[in-house]
Design a protein around this ligand. Structure first.
Ligand code: SF4
Length: 134
């Protein structure tokens, strides 16, 4: 079955509207959404290729943990537990301002809000920056 599925480009915070061409559940192509008020039928080169990563064999399917110089697949619980333990250790040893949080235009406003809240209320630092400034 052939379908056109409206969505929003996830590559940057501009939020261009796209149409995904889908055939039998397989994502084939990205088209610009002509009626979208942000991009009005235009896309940059990243938007035109938005579908490419979805079926890529290079796409990460699970978190990776580096042990003895080699990456290993781990569960999300293991990755989060490891990260929390490392962060806690760094904060205890060097203080909260030894940690910084980098947020992203690729996530939602709500997720960005939660991350700055995590930095300030949980970690105790104002070291928050955004990929648009990097
Ligand atoms: S098409 Fe380009 S400008 Fe538009 S949201 Fe995607 S990356 Fe950003």
């Amino acid at each position: 079955m052939y379908r056109l599925v409206p969505s929003v480009c996830s590559y940057c915070g501009t939020g261009c509207g796209v149409l995904f061409e889908v055939l039998d559940g397989q994502l084939l192509k990205t088209l610009p959404l002509k009626t979208h008020p942000v991009n009005q039928g235009k896309l940059c080169i990243k938007g035109w290729n938005l579908h490419e990563f979805v079926n890529s064999r290079m796409r990460l399917q699970s978190p990776l943990l580096k042990v003895n110089g080699r990456f290993h697949d781990v569960t999300w619980n293991r990755a989060l537990q490891f990260t929390a333990e490392k962060l806690k250790g760094i904060i205890e040893k060097y203080g909260p301002d030894s940690v910084g949080v980098l947020v992203s235009a690729k996530i939602t406003n709500e997720e960005n809000y939660l991350l700055q809240k995590f930095a300030r209320a949980v970690v105790g630092t104002n070291n928050v920056d955004h990929c648009a400034r990097l």
